[in-house]
Ligand binder design. Structure first.
Ligand code: F6P
Length: 216
């Protein structure tokens, strides 16, 4: 079966200053990860490891600057059409989905957790108690994201080529949790670190998982 490759974007300016949300650029470290991910994709995703030939693969990012920047060194190999085998050339298809954008924190967008705790102590507490259902004022909850991910999951399940998704912490927790069969309430606390590609290969009831840390 085909595999899914999940990766968070490289470190962003907001990650560095511990702020949530926003639409900031990558830091120098984040840029380095973008290069490493490009190399990984060209060696492990876009190429058939046995024959060394380019093979069809798909790339999805969110619409935010940090995922698009992280994906910019990923090659888009030209390949022979997989079905006809004729000299038709197709390209790795890069799709940008707003439904992959990070959890929107509403009035808390751009704040640090410390600032949120000071300004909105009750909200902060409520989120600790029920992270899955908690909705930021004028923003989203994990449950809200789940509904916008539904159509994407259906699409993922229909693919026959490897797919690389460059996304965000909350969104990837839900996608990952879904594919490995976690209860949805447990997803908000799953670990999806930076600088790591998670390779999931579907089996009948769950997925085989491999984590590849790319930090150099
Ligand atoms: O800090 C990075 C980030 O992607 C934020 O933009 C987002 O609000 C947060 O992670 C989601 O993680 P948590 O649900 O643990 O706050």
């Amino acid at each position: 079966p085909h595999s899914f490759f999940l990766s968070r974007h490289g470190q962003s300016e907001y990650n560095k200053s511990l702020k949530i949300g926003g639409d900031s650029d990558l830091t120098e470290l984040g840029e380095q990860y973008a290069l490493d991910l490009g190399k990984f994709a060209s060696e492990k995703i876009c190429v058939d490891e046995e024959t060394g030939e380019a093979k069809p693969a798909r790339l999805w990012t969110s619409s935010l600057v940090r995922t698009v920047q992280t994906a910019r060194h990923i090659p888009h190999p030209k390949i022979k059409h997989p079905e006809t085998g004729r000299n038709e050339w197709i390209q790795m298809d890069h799709r940008i989905y707003r439904s992959l954008d990070e959890l929107y924190a509403g009035v808390c967008d751009g704040m640090t957790y410390e600032e949120i705790e000071q300004m909105y102590p009750e909200d902060f507490q409520r989120r600790q108690e029920d992270k899955f259902n908690y909705r930021y004022p004028r923003g989203e909850s994990y449950l809200d994201i789940l509904s916008r991910l539904d159509p994407l999951v259906m699409e993922m399940e229909s693919y026959r080529e490897p797919l690389l998704i460059v996304g965000h912490q909350a969104v990837l927790r839900l996608l990952y949790g879904y594919f490995i069969g976690k209860k949805r309430e447990d997803c908000p606390r799953l670990s999806i670190p930076l600088n790591t590609v998670i390779k999931l290969t579907p089996r009948t009831y769950d997925c085989e998982e491999e984590r590849i840390c790319l930090s150099t």
